[in-house]
Structure formats: C-alpha cells, structure tokens
Ligand binder design. Sequence first.
Ligand code: PBG
Length: 329
Amino acid sequence: MRYPIYRPRRLRTNENLRRLIREINISADDLIMPLFVRPGKGVRNKISSMPGNFQLSVDELVKEGQKAVDLGIPAVILFGIPERKDAVGSEGYKKGNIVAKAVSALKDKVEDLIVITDVCLCEYTDHGHCGVVKKKKGGKDFSIDNDATLELLARMALSHVEAGADMVAPSDMMDGRIGAVRSALDAGGFLDTPIMAYAAKYASAFYGPFREAAESPPKFGDRRSYQMDPPNTDEAIREVALDIEEGADIVMVKPALPYLDVIYRVKQEFGYPVAAYNVSGEFSLVKAAAERKWVDEQKLVIEILTSIKRAGADMILTYHAMEVASWLK
Ligand code: PBG
C-alpha cells in the first residue's frame, strides 16, 4: 500500500504533540507488585540478587501493601516462604499457612488493594519441584505425579481464598490444575473469585533470582517436564486454550520480554485479559546494568514495560512496580 504523505517529524518535535499521538502509556494501573512473605516479626531480609526486594514478615508486608496503595498500584501477588519444607509441601496448604495469614492481615489493614496469591508447591517442597515427586528407584530419574498434585493445589488455593484472597494464580503448570482449582473454589462457595492462570510458562533461565528469593531451586533435575520449551509458540496457544476452557479468567505469559511474540499471539487469538510476568531475571539484568551506570534505568524500564504492553499485555507483574509508580507520580 502507498501511504499518503504525512509529516511525522512535526508530530515528534514537541512533547505535547507526542503525548497526543502516543498509542500506549504506562501507568500504575497496569502494574502488579510481587511480594515475598515469611514467618516472623519485623523481618526484612534483603534478596541480594534482586536489589530493593525483601522477604518480609506479615507486619512488614502490610507496610509494603499500604505503600503500593499510596502509589496507586491496584494489586500485589504474594509468594510464601514457609518455616519448614517437606516432600508434599504441607506448609503451603495447612490451616493458618503463611500466605493465608498474610492475606488476612492485608485485607484487614490495607484498604483498596487487590491481593492475588501464587499457588504452587515449589516454595514448600524440600525437593523444590512444583509437584509431588515420584522418584524412580536408584538413580536421579524422577517424575512428577500430576494428579496427586492437583488435589494439593486445590487445597492451597481454597485456603488463600478463605483467608480473603481476591484472586488466585496457579503457577505450577500441572495439567488440569485450573479445572481442579475452579471446582474447589466453586464447591467452597467462591463462585465469583477469579483465576489468573500462569498459562504459557516457559522453562526459563530468567527465574534464577526468584529461586533465591523463594528459596526454591529444584534439588535435582529441572522443570522441563512441566514447563514449556522456549522455542514453541503453537504449544503456548494450546496451553492457553486449555486453561480458558477450564475456567481461567486472566491468562499469563511468562517470562515477558523474551516472549513478546507469544503475548501478541495470545492476545490476538483469544482476546482475553493477558498478564505478562516481567520475571526476576529480567529485573535483575536491568538492576545490575543500572548499578554499573551502563544504562539509564528509568528510561530502560519504561521502554521494556511499553514493549510488553504494546505486544498485548493488559497488566504486568514486575518487581519494578513500586519504583515505576513513584517515577510516574
Ligand atoms: C513458582 C514460580 C516461579 C516464578 C513464579 N512462580 C519460579 C519457577 O517456576 O521456577 C518465577 C518468578 C520470577 O522469576 O520472577 N512456580
């Protein structure tokens, strides 16, 4: 197609003109802040690979939640770090588990904040896998017991929602988990509680810093039997379709920046609300370069978030959320 002549330069020379033309704006409205909660009081453990992020006890978490609200951030997502880990991650779904406690405190003390909870076994299992492990005799060989895991995930999700969680986000990538969680919530009377599904989650090297933060690196093997292979996008479409069929209300692509094409396809194909997780490794790369003054952090972060939104994401989970919201104020 031949385009009629237009004079873009004129529209770029002036900031007010640029504002009028701009197709995408990043605002605090787009952001979800991930927070880590652990037992104790007055605890604020620095996460060394993720500057500015902490493992927080519930009392400290409440302060962060309030800060998020003050900055205009609509939602936080919680990750729990338990006192003890075991083979089946019992601390993740027992009565009064750490995330349930955190949720009640936030709902009780912070007004106007959506509390989402991550639902997965890996922070609670001693082997660090996202599901129950069936070890094959002798050797390192192992497999994940998908169906035994579903029941535990459903219990975990229900425990969070009973404590007041506004939404749950299963991140384990077991088959059938959205259906299992949906049925458990419905049976518990929580028919209106939405599910954000980590639908297309890749087996990524970008999760490294998170695993320090959540103390959850797998003790053997890796997560490639349940997380997706990075080269595949048709498979992402199938994963998203399944999750939607099982009852997902929001679908997530994770990581974000290396998978913009996936975000784009998912948005085009389904027209569902799409979340993108700008994961720990993406965050830490930027921080490390910024500390060396190799990049302009603010410009870089806004450009990254803009690219994610331009690809089709409606919301972005990012460890930069609080900083970005304060820059935009
Ligand atoms: C748990 C989970 C992970 C992340 C979110 N939920 C880790 C993993 O799958 O290894 C990663 C988030 C990040 O890197 O920021 N299953």
